[in-house]
Design a protein around this ligand. Structure first.
Ligand SMILES: Nc1nc2c(ncn2[C@@H]2O[C@H](COP(=O)(O)OP(=O)(O)OP(=O)(O)O)[C@@H](O)[C@H]2O)c(=O)[nH]1
Ligand SMILES: [Mg+2]
Length: 201
């Protein structure tokens, strides 16, 4: 367990109206507005939390999903540690657009290794009775596109909202641990190669 607090940037992407701002506001302020306005550009809020003994400051970046705001949101993708791909279970088009959001993120965030980048998929508005996307279908998409974690949320009812952000943190920490492991491996390699007398520089 490390005592240092880690600053993590997570970014919410998805079509206009799927509930990105509502999820962020529910998580940070525990409020829900049934008549929220569309976001213009980006906004962010911080929340401190502890996950598996690690203290983290989560910086949540909420972006405008509407196409006309594309140029306002994309400059903020760089440096994100995790991307929450969000759709609404009562809006099929928002689900079908997930791959476009994923591609847009990879391009503008300049992700070097997309296969190992921590994406988490959120199906929001599960309080609604009429669904257009089933849980199984969403899970299948996640499995096929990178084995991403899938969570069903309701910002309105506060279902799984904290769990979703905690999962984002877990995904980042898992990647970080893998990297630390690799670096440790490199140290061992260098030592063993110097012992064997090889000269590289
Ligand atoms: N029933 C229900 N409505 C929700 C939920 N989350 C958001 N909404 C409503 O859906 C509408 C759009 O929510 P927003 O949070 O503004 O959506 P957004 O993804 O931020 O939209 P953009 O800012 O345009 O990208 C609002 O009227 C919210 O009240 C939910 O979990 N359940
Ligand atoms: Mg919004």
């Amino acid at each position: 367990m490390s005592g240092k607090s880690l600053l993590l940037k997570v970014i919410l992407l998805g079509d206009g109206g799927v509930g990105k701002s509502s999820l962020m506001n529910r998580y940070v302020t525990n409020k829900f507005d049934s008549q929220a306005f569309h976001t213009i550009g980006v906004e962010f809020l911080n929340r401190d939390l502890e996950v598996d003994g690690r203290f983290v400051t989560l910086q949540i970046w909420d972006t405008a999903g509407q196409e006309r705001f594309k140029s306002l949101r994309t400059p903020f993708y760089r440096g994100a540690d995790c991307c929450l791909l969000t759709f609404s279970v009562d809006d099929r088009q928002s689900f079908e657009n997930l791959s476009n959001w994923q591609k847009e993120f990879v391009y503008y965030a300049d992700v070097k290794d997309p296969e190992h980048f921590p994406f988490v998929v959120l199906g929001n508005k599960i309080d609604k009775l009429e669904r257009q996307v089933s849980t199984e279908e969403a899970q299948a998409w996640c499995l096929e596109n990178g084995n991403y974690p899938y969570l069903e949320t309701s910002a309105k009812d506060d279902t799984n909202v904290a769990v979703a952000f905690e999962e984002a943190v877990r995904q980042v920490l898992a990647v970080e641990e893998q990297l630390e492991h690799c670096m440790l491996g490199h140290t061992i390699d260098l030592q063993s190669s110097s012992k064997s007398g090889s000269s590289c520089c």
